[in-house]
Ligand binder design. Structure first.
Ligand code: HEC
Ligand code: HEC
Length: 368
């Protein structure tokens, strides 16, 4: 059953920086509180719908070829299947595009920037960032907002979403994108049905055995991939502060040269090679894996942990000790990870491309 969570929780939060919405119907079961929402960007159905159109609108890029969807594709849980992202004119970055399922629950965004704590601000990076050059729109603001203003859909959608400030500009575009992304909620996997809704047949026997391994001290997965989203990085509307986990899992012997991680921002030697723990929801459809896409499949990830990481590094997390896993155990653990795939989310029409084929908003670029 889906219903919005309001009432007692809203009282708890009186006076807090975050407010629960009363005017927005969260697509959530009663066991899951909504993500926090900043007081200056309340959710509304109109704003989410506007944000959906912008997310799929290639006119936000310099030459009309790249939209958010170019690197965040729904049936891959909003990642892109590439090792590292490819931006405008084929420019490549160093990072794997993370999936966006439940992104509203993340108190810090990106693989290793502890200061990036707002979806509103984050949306500026792909549009206007120059390194990597994802959408190349720096200096093009006027032309981009003029194109949006001229579109008949937006002529109604901006005033409906922002009655007090109805024009397409940085303020409204980034807020609508953030509201849409907060609506990307994925909590309907077979494992959720098994664990939270008492459907004993929702999991195969292999997945049930894999669950035992995942939560076992030999494998240690659950220490970092903990909680309802299988990551130690989380904030809900009921938590006044977020929890954040960054770990060095031993991918490289020469961190920070190979991949800096958190040290890039903090400058602290103990942060070399530390990256934010990714959620494992929908992980079966988000290959390749890790911050740089350097592991092609789930079996490779398990082998990486089984051998205590690919490489030794003094800052490697103490939990990465290695273990012996039989072929049957590996298969069971993979079956468990596959049970975290939420098919409803991957095809939810509320999250899919709203533009008709051939519309100027559509992404036309052939992806390499
Ligand atoms: C060229 C590919 C590309 C495009 C286009 C792109 N992104 Fe991303 N996105 C990435 C990569 C790569 C990262 C990881 C960056 C990092 O960790 O430093 C990312 C990270 C994110 C994150 C943080 C997710 C997390 O788990 O912390 C959000 C949110 C996001 N993108 C939203 C958007 C939005 C909104 C747009 C459109 C305005 C967009 N992206 C366009 C590649 C892209
Ligand atoms: C010490 C904390 C820690 C432990 C223990 C741990 N992980 Fe991870 N996991 C991480 C971090 C951090 C990353 C990202 C590392 C990077 O990109 O450099 C990650 C990445 C992953 C990924 C890739 C996800 C993606 O979207 O790219 C998978 C799959 C995964 N872990 C599964 C597991 C399994 C299965 C276990 C148990 C065998 C496990 N992890 C144990 C912290 C941990």
């Amino acid at each position: 059953m889906r219903r919005p969570v309001i009432g007692a929780a809203a009282c708890l939060l009186a006076g807090a920086a975050f407010a629960l919405e009363t005017g927005y119907d969260w697509p959530l079961p009663d066991w899951m509180p909504p993500p926090p929402v900043p007081a200056d960007n309340p959710m509304s159905a109109e704003k989410v719908e506007l944000g959906r159109h912008l997310f799929y609108d290639a006119r936000l890029s310099r030459d009309g070829t790249v939209a958010c969807v170019s690197c965040h594709v729904q049936d891959m849980a909003f990642t892109d299947g590439r090792a590292v992202a490819v931006g405008i004119n084929g420019s490549t970055g160093a990072k794997n595009a993370p999936g966006l399922a439940n992104v509203g629950y993340l108190p810090v965004l990106t693989w290793a920037n502890p200061h990036m704590d707002s979806l509103e601000f984050q949306a500026l990076i792909p549009m206007f960032g120059e390194n990597p050059d994802e959408m190349g729109s720096v200096g093009q603001e006027d032309a981009i907002f003029a194109a949006l203003t001229a579109d008949p859909f937006y002529a109604n959608a901006f005033p409906a979403a922002f009655p007090e400030r109805p024009a397409p500009d940085l303020y409204t575009v980034t807020r609508a994108l953030a509201a849409f992304q907060r609506s990307m909620i994925s909590v309907s996997s077979p494992y959720d049905r098994f664990k939270r809704m008492g459907e004993k047949d929702a999991l195969s026997d292999a997945a049930k055995r894999g669950e035992q391994l995942f939560f076992d001290h030999k494998f240690e997965c659950y220490h970092c991939h903990s909680g309802v989203h299988f990551t130690d990085t989380i904030q809900t509307a009921l938590m006044l502060e977020g929890e954040v986990g960054y770990h060095n899992t031993g991918l490289y012997a020469d961190y920070p040269a190979a991949a800096p991680g958190l040290i890039e921002i903090t400058g602290r030697s103990q942060d070399a090679g530390r990256f934010r723990t990714p959620s494992l929801r929908n992980v079966a459809v988000t290959a390749p894996y890790m911050h740089d896409g350097s592991i092609p499949d789930l079996r490779g990830v398990i082998e990486h942990y089984a051998s205590a990481g690919r490489a030794d590094h003094p800052m490697k997390d103490g939990m990465i000790q290695g273990f012996k896993a039989s072929e049957a155990e590996i298969a069971d653990l993979i079956a468990f990870l596959e049970s975290l795939t939420d098919e409803e989310f991957l095809s939810d029409p509320r999250l899919s491309d709203p533009w008709p084929e051939g519309h100027p908003a559509s992404v036309t670029r052939q992806m390499p």
